[in-house]
Design a protein around this ligand. Sequence first.
Ligand SMILES: Cc1cc2nc3c(=O)[nH]c(=O)nc-3n(C[C@H](O)[C@H](O)[C@H](O)COP(=O)(O)OP(=O)(O)OC[C@H]3O[C@@H](n4cnc5c(N)ncnc54)[C@H](O)[C@@H]3O)c2cc1C
Length: 473
Amino acid sequence: MAEYNKVTPEILEQLKAAAPGHIVYGEDLNPDYGRDEMPIYGEHMPEAVLQATSAEEISAVVKICAANKIPVTTRGAATGLAGGCVPVYGGVVIETIKMNHILSYDLENFSVTIEPGVLLKDLAEDALTKGMMYPPDPGEKLATVGGNVSTNAGGMRAVKYGTTRDYVLAMKVVLPSGEITSFGAKVSKTSSGYSLLNLMIGSEGTLGIIVELTLKLIPAPKNTLSLIVPFPDLETAISTVPKFKMANMDPQALEFMEREIILSSERYAGREVFPKTVDGVEVGAYLLITLDGEDEEEIMGRVEKAAELLLEAGAVDVMVIDNPQKLRDAWATRSAFLEAIMEETKLLDECDVVVPIKEIARFLTFAKKTGEECGLEIKSFGHAGDGNLHIYQCSNDLDKAEFIRRVDTYFEKLYKEATDCGGLVSGEHGIGRGKVKYLTESVGETNMELMRGIKNVFDPNLILNPGKVCYQS
Ligand SMILES: Cc1cc2nc3c(=O)[nH]c(=O)nc-3n(C[C@H](O)[C@H](O)[C@H](O)COP(=O)(O)OP(=O)(O)OC[C@H]3O[C@@H](n4cnc5c(N)ncnc54)[C@H](O)[C@@H]3O)c2cc1C
């Protein structure tokens, strides 16, 4: 790992001159700059923060850092769950949250151009006013779209529409040298050499800083309808998923959740939406499904077919939610899972593996059993439609060192099982700081060397977001 220099008073003066009024340092640094939403991976403060307002300002600051070998870490809204935006080696944090303008729509080319700090919620809402949908729909709507692109965020609609990667047409980037360049174009296909655009997507701020994005939009579907489907247990719920997909139901979202997590989330949100007992049967798990389309009649036809299939597969009921308030409440309960867990838990870690769909049940059973053996409380939910599982390790009793020791033991077994199932370390949250070790074990040293080779070409001085993805000190 490289050695870095400190931000001396002289360097601080240069930074202030490069971005007048936008450099924060010393006592003005908010402690939040040292963490994201998963502080278990360590908290580290930067020496200075650029509250960026333009690409040129970022370029000027990065040039100073490059000349002085100062680490640079980009930060969006810090909602990440892998410690990605935490400046492990100090140095300068570049915060993009003030670069929050939607610059232009080009509806004839189904695209929108934005600054990286635009919040997902703002883009999604604004696109709808134009009759368009920005399909990626990760749970945290207050994340920046730049952060979403940098982690290749997934979310609820990935099962039908794909992940963030599928909606990035082009981007403007500040390289670790400070030079500004562009990748991609407003075109719907390309065979034009290596895809530097795709290398940037999901690179978690280790290859460049995204300063502008051109994204693909699609016409918004005219109708959507959701189903709450209670099951007696998780195994029955999960084993229904491949049947549901095989029947060509084309769900926009297909989420699974256990009873416990629904109870936490409803407590947190202060409202009850999901049934707990149906015809004397205690509900153990649920599927929450959304179908969309242009034609209401066609959707209702699919709902009827879906209900038949679900009941045959062991569901105890199929509740159609066509009331807009109830629909909002059901999805708000789903979206609040993580906040609900955080609210009730002192120590928390998470695993965001993705496994082939037919392996979900096997993996979840293993995850629960192994959690018990390791003395950890496990809460799980996830995107049943695409095999991306969120497994949370929780404790209110253990001291931090013992919790970390048990989680390490748990993860050794869990990630090995994921690999044996044909899965991968992260489905959507990224590697950041927290998962570097498990990435190496999963993809092997040859692939890690290839990743490091790519990193070295972009960033030979290793100043950009050090300690993340493929480098660990
Ligand atoms: C309640 C909750 C629910 C969530 N649900 C989901 C979900 O359903 N799906 C999902 O995928 N994630 C989910 N997340 C995780 C998180 O919201 C995503 O990882 C999101 O993409 C992070 O965006 P951010 O703006 O907060 O980025 P940050 O946390 O600030 O940064 C994340 C990474 O991106 C890099 N980065 C940020 N901006 C840029 C840029 N402009 N240029 C280069 N690098 C940059 C950072 O250096 C860091 O490595 C959830 C998080 C929470 C707290």
